[in-house]
Design a protein around this ligand. Sequence first.
Ligand SMILES: Nc1nc2c(ncn2[C@@H]2O[C@H](COP(=O)(O)OP(=O)(O)OP(=O)(O)O)[C@@H](O)[C@H]2O)c(=O)[nH]1
Ligand SMILES: [Mg+2]
Length: 317
Amino acid sequence: MINIEQLKSGNRRALAKAITLVESKLDTHREQAQNLLNTLLPDTGNSIRIGITGIPGVGKSTFIEAFGLYLIEQGKKVAVLAVDPSSPIRGGSILGDKTRMELLSREENAFIRPSPSEGALGGVAQKTRETMLLCEAAGYDVILVETVGVGQSEYEVAAMVDFFLVLMLPNAGDELQGIKRGIMELADALVINKADGESLNLAQQTQTHYKNAFHLLSNDSFWQPKVQTCSALEKKGIDDVWTMISDYQKLADEHGAFHGKRARQNRDWMQKLIHEMLELKLNQHPDVKDSLPKLEQSVLDNTITPYNAAKKIIDLL
Ligand SMILES: Nc1nc2c(ncn2[C@@H]2O[C@H](COP(=O)(O)OP(=O)(O)OP(=O)(O)O)[C@@H](O)[C@H]2O)c(=O)[nH]1
Ligand SMILES: [Mg+2]
């Protein structure tokens, strides 16, 4: 059993146990985990949730270590989670390299958790959302959610955080980094990392390039995405990133947008879960299992319209 009082007082073992429960695939555990989360709900939400993405090698691990250590210096408790749906077998490769976060992982006020290897309903994102709540209940006030900037995971992470930060390399050309317009629209900030040594100039050019690009995207929100530079290696510009995010939080609060965004994220996620649950129910329904192949064949044979076939399936539920 999970000791709720211990978890709330920040006991790491209790937190780790609760996360293991949340990640479990057993139905009985799932139920226990949901009960636990419901009990803890009033103790959640007191954090800023920051998503961090970027292509492999951009410096995510180095940045998170520097940023995390800086935040701890400011008296914060920092949790680092990962969403890595791309490697269900390797299971959490991005944070597997704890060596890159060696200093941070030794800190009393840091909690680092690799990506869950897979999830049932809602996938890895569901588990990470739940783990995030557990960390908040345990008193972590900054939650960093890391993901590799390939595939769909950045959309999933952007939909669960307050602030979405995209790390970039000093390189003025979009194509070279495979940056999609989509990610520009997700980003609350681009941070050009490795702004040091010979790359300093290029980093500044890149910054100007993206600032201009953002000006071209129309935006009537209270927040215009920012473009900054930093060196995670030399620990330069790290404090500016935090200042920017704090400014965002303050502005969002003033506009009533901070809690509004979270509420909408929860509602959207619920909608997504309803669809997934419905699909599961459909696929498991005995009559559907029986009729689906026949109806599919009829559609292939052009003896029934797709619409009517679909309706017949839905009517079985
Ligand atoms: N010059 C310079 N090098 C950096 C900086 N940040 C990271 N690096 C180097 O870039 C390489 C990749 O850094 P990581 O932090 O492992 O990058 P990552 O994004 O976590 O990479 P993956 O885990 O493979 O996705 C390492 O050799 C780092 O030392 C920086 O600010 N300046
Ligand atoms: Mg890494």
